[in-house]
Design a protein around this ligand. Structure first.
Ligand code: HSE
Length: 432
């Protein structure tokens, strides 16, 4: 059988990893697909730049058309990043009947359904395993491994930078800025780390996971997002004291026909499987009606881990080529999107409130919660250094988001409340 030709857009950290895996694992790849894989052309910005992978200069080009129009390129691997320009290259490649594999979560979260459509019209494959949680085969885990089950909940630590920051802040007491700089130096933070720390990177990945998990077109704008920049040392200390671990968690949950998808700092009981996912590691906890709890764990970024996911997609394309079924594996969503109202979203909450240290303050706070039918599961009250103020930390029983938002409003309006210092969702306490 003739070889399969590959064109690569981008030769940065991940692109170099792809070249290395194709070269170093050639025997195993050949055994699986029955023919050699040959890199035919690679799009780069600078041909003469020094790289940490050996590539013949003849393979490099600065003209994208030399890759996406190359007659011997069967599969285009996109690892250059970016959204608009990259989208146009991918669409052009598909029109040229090239299969496309990408690691680009930003692009898939926004243009995934458009690209899928064009891919099937052209009988081409479009795969993006590396776009969520790097080296963890979670998309295939959902789409193939759990295809017979009904997924009702996905909880993900899908951003390594924020997990690294929260781990170091809570275990070593390291300051936020210092740990963020370390994450940047280690290379897993985005070029602009705002999208990591404000939760956008995780939101993109959750939109992809929820779309596949619930077979429903979930857009990025359907994901409510809160990042980690407001988290203080006090929040982390109280979490620990109450037996919780703070993580930036993506939650996608289905109840009946309706779904909710969010990314937010969340307290998990220390014994929850996601609580022990530390440093830059990622994990996705999946609850299926029949299978129950499962968890996928591993590196969410990095050159070789991400490249393994990309080359596995390449193998999937090649197996489809052998069977003549390219472009037929993407199943269009089964359900119309149906998002929950705030009155349908239930959770426990942690709140840290500064109140006037006077008779009756606590009773007034309790009344605000009880008038919405919300009771406390845990309470701590401590005097503060500031004169006349006390700090109350509570964990509520389950409440609807609508009630909770009204409670927050009443607390800020109350004459005994100096400030609601922080408030977080609490998950994983017995209810999936
Ligand atoms: N910035 C991302 C992270 C890289 O920290 O997880 C992988 O998508």
């Amino acid at each position: 059988m003739k070889s399969i030709g590959v064109g690569i857009l981008g030769l940065g950290t991940v692109g170099s990893g792809v070249v290395k895996i194709i070269k170093n694992h050639q025997d195993k790849l050949m055994h699986q697909v029955g023919c050699p894989i040959e890199v035919k052309k690679i799009l780069v910005k600078n041909i003469t730049k020094e790289r940490d992978v050996e590539v013949s200069p003849n393979l490099l080009t600065t003209d994208v058309n030399e890759v996406i129009e190359h007659p011997e390129v069967d599969v285009v691997i996109e690892v250059m990043g970016g959204i608009e320009e990259t989208r146009s290259y991918i669409l052009a490649a598909l029109r040229n009947k090239k299969h496309v594999v990408t690691a680009n979560k930003d692009l898939v979260a926004v243009y995934g359904s458009e690209i899928h459509k064009l891919a099937s019209e052209n009988r081409c494959d479009f795969y993006y395993e590396a776009s969520v949680a790097g080296g963890i085969p979670i998309l295939r885990g959902l789409v193939d491994g759990l295809s017979s089950d009904k997924i009702t909940k996905l909880m993900g630590i899908v951003n390594g930078t924020t997990n690294f920051i929260l781990t170091k802040m809570s275990k070593n007491g390291s300051p936020y800025e210092e740990v963020l700089a370390e994450a940047q130096a280690l290379g897993f933070a985005e070029a602009d780390p705002t999208s990591d720390v404000e939760g956008l990177d995780a939101a993109r990945k959750m939109a992809i996971l929820a779309t596949l998990g619930f077979s429903m077109n979930i857009d990025l704008s359907d994901v409510t997002v809160k990042g980690i920049t407001q988290i203080t040392e006090e929040d982390l200390n109280y979490s620990k004291r109450l037996g919780y671990t703070m993580k930036l968690i993506g939650i996608a949950q289905q109840d009946g026909e309706k779904v909710e998808v969010s990314v937010q700092p969340t307290l998990l009981p220390d014994e929850h499987p996601l609580s022990s996912v530390n440093d830059e590691y990622n994990a996705v906890y999946v609850f299926g009606e029949a299978v129950g709890e499962t968890m996928f764990y591993g590196p969410g970024a990095g050159s070789l881990p991400t490249a393994t996911a990309i080359v596995s997609d390449l193998v999937a394309v090649m197996k489809n080529m052998r069977l003549g079924v390219n472009g037929q594996s993407s199943i269009s969503p089964q359900y119309e999107k149906s998002l929950k109202e705030h009155s349908d979203i239930f959770s426990k909450y942690f709140l840290r409130i500064h109140v006037k240290d006077q008779v009756g303050s606590f009773a007034k706070i309790t009344t605000i919660f009880s008038s919405h039918g919300v009771s406390f599961e845990k309470i701590l009250q401590l005097p503060l250094k500031e004169k006349d103020l006390a700090e109350i930390v509570v964990v509520t029983h389950r409440a609807s988001l609508q009630d909770y938002e009204e409670i927050l409003q009443h607390l800020s309006d109350s004459d005994v409340v100096a400030q609601v210092k922080s408030s977080y969702r609490v998950e994983g306490d017995g209810v999936q």
